[in-house]
Design a protein around this ligand. Structure first.
Ligand code: ITT
Length: 222
């Protein structure tokens, strides 16, 4: 059937979310997932979670660095799911503890420790440490992997100070005891938008978004 002539713009299909490439957001951490949902809004993809793809398997984090663990998770979940995957490994490094808990941040107090238990243990270990010696940093490594095994990794850092008590109710993990000198607040006292602007995860995610835009332009991701 012949269509009546119409304005050219009527023939341009809007790019709907369904036409975007699918990237599995492979995290079991609800706090991280909330932040990523904001941080990845400008990315040229849609990001279902593990539950959306009915994936229940956990990946053991055996790497010695955040980058190794992020890559391990991204590559394993991409193979498992058959779709492109974004995974992150993150944590806190405390100078007075020679970089601990580092890659063991989630498992600091015990293998299945809660955020509450990990924070309590860190405050305990830092008891008596002077204010000048409480420097720390959050690190985030994000890896993106294709089911065929191609992969890319980007990283972000946020410097801060470990407080002597909890302040604030936002964020997750060690946020209530991670103080930013230039804000005069812990990361648990920032709004999510404020935290995302300065955080380790925000910095790594900004690079990940640029990388995804390039991969789409080059036709690698479609
Ligand atoms: P997935 O591996 O499934 O993503 P996970 O909670 O096991 O979830 P990680 O192994 O990367 O994630 O551990 C990250 C831990 O580091 C997290 O549980 C927090 O305790 C801490 N952490 C990371 N980013 C943080 C942030 O932005 N604020 C506070 N704590 C953070």
């Amino acid at each position: 059937m012949l269509l009546p002539p119409g304005p050219v713009f009527m023939q341009v299909k809007p790019v709907s979310n369904a036409n975007r490439p699918t990237i599995l957001l492979a995290t079991t951490n609800a706090g991280k997932a909330r932040e990523f949902n904001e941080l990845l809004r400008e990315a040229p993809a849609r990001f279902p979670g593990l539950k959306d793809l009915n994936i229940t398997q956990d990946v053991e984090e055996t790497g010695a660095t955040f980058a190794e663990n992020a890559l391990l998770k991204a590559v394993t979940y991409a193979k498992l799911s058959g779709v492109w995957t974004l995974a992150e490994d993150s944590g806190i490094e405390v100078d007075a503890l020679n970089g601990a808990p580092g890659v063991y941040s989630r498992r600091f107090a015990s293998p299945n420790a809660t955020d509450e238990e990990n924070v309590t243990l860190l405050l305990q270990k830092m008891k008596g440490v002077s204010w000048g010696n409480r420097s720390a940093r959050f690190r985030s490594a994000i890896s993106i992997a294709s089911p065929e095994g191609q992969h890319w990794t980007v990283e972000g850092i946020l410097d801060g100070i470990v407080t002597t008590a909890r302040h604030g109710a936002g964020g997750f993990g060690y946020d209530p005891i991670f103080w930013l000198p230039d804000r005069g607040k812990t990361t648990a006292e920032l709004s999510m938008a404020e935290k995302n602007q300065v955080s380790h995860r925000g910095k790594a995610a900004a690079q990940a978004v640029k990388l995804l835009q390039r991969l789409v332009l080059e036709g690698v991701l479609h």
